[in-house]
Design a protein around this ligand. Sequence first.
Ligand code: AHM
Ligand code: MG
Length: 332
Amino acid sequence: MNKLITLDEFIWQKQKDFPFATGELSGLLRDLGLAAKIISREVNRAGLANIIGGADQENASGESVQKLDLLADNLLISCLKNSGECCGVASEEQDSFVAIPSSKNAKYVVLFDPLDGSSNIDVNVSIGTIFAIYRRVSEGECTLQDFLQDGVEQVASGYVIYGSSTMLVYTTGNGVNGFTLEQSIGEFCLSHPNIQIPREGKIYSLNASQYKNFGLGIQNFVEECTDLNYNFRYIGSMVADVHRTLIKGGIFLYPATKKRPEGKLRLLYECNPLAFIIEQAGGLATNGQQRILELESTQLHQRTPVFMGSPNMVEMVEKHLADTNTTTSTIK
Ligand code: AHM
Ligand code: MG
């Protein structure tokens, strides 16, 4: 039997490559792995445990929050509070960031979307957790500026997909590695070392029901995809759609629409961490004109149009946007 490499072992091995590492980042990654295992268990038994369905609350963006979202949010916050390795967290489900005074001298902050794809919770479709880790820029108790850093400043990011199996995929800026949860031993084991996105993709993934609300550039891109007989796949969970894109190639896009001129997806909690992964795997991630990772972060809940995946397909959509001079503000 091949030797199983667990997530903890892998993280420890990598830490040894950095002689001056203090172990805090490694500790944080392990804490996130632990939280992911607990969330995975809750997601798997959600149907039995009466925790699906709405919690009669709205999140900071005015959308209804599901009970599992709240549970995942609380779990991540308490795991990270207990870890002692981050001085604050920001969550898609919280209006503002949460400072952790007991760890106010810790070096890192963590941003996350605790359970992405919440509309799929009730119907047993893959959902996920997304996280980003930054080195803080302040001293003492953390401040908003620690969280409003550009994506290029991420020191690590990743996601967990709760699908037919549970996988954790992360990067620290030195390639992308994927771990599958081996339920019988309760460990994430290295299953997808050094993930590379196919350079040439032939699958496109977007909410096609919005076709009439897209700008001309996106409409032309969709037309070209159908002319080329490219496959269309859309799950409606960003983590699941991006995971497929990473493994099989293609593009995931959530463009600006008439109703949502800024796009739907959040820069800090969804786009930056997944853009870091996609780029590290050899793909591209842009807002149509600019790298996602270089966009200026001005608000915790800011949104952006996003195009990420195989280079050929991101370049193809960018060309259509440029040819039609379609920018966010030109969609009417
Ligand atoms: P959420 O964070 O409220 O779950 O919303 C984000 C989700 C993404 O996972 C997915 O890509 C997108 O919303 C789907 O939106 P739509 O239903 O408009 O296609
Ligand atoms: Mg989300």
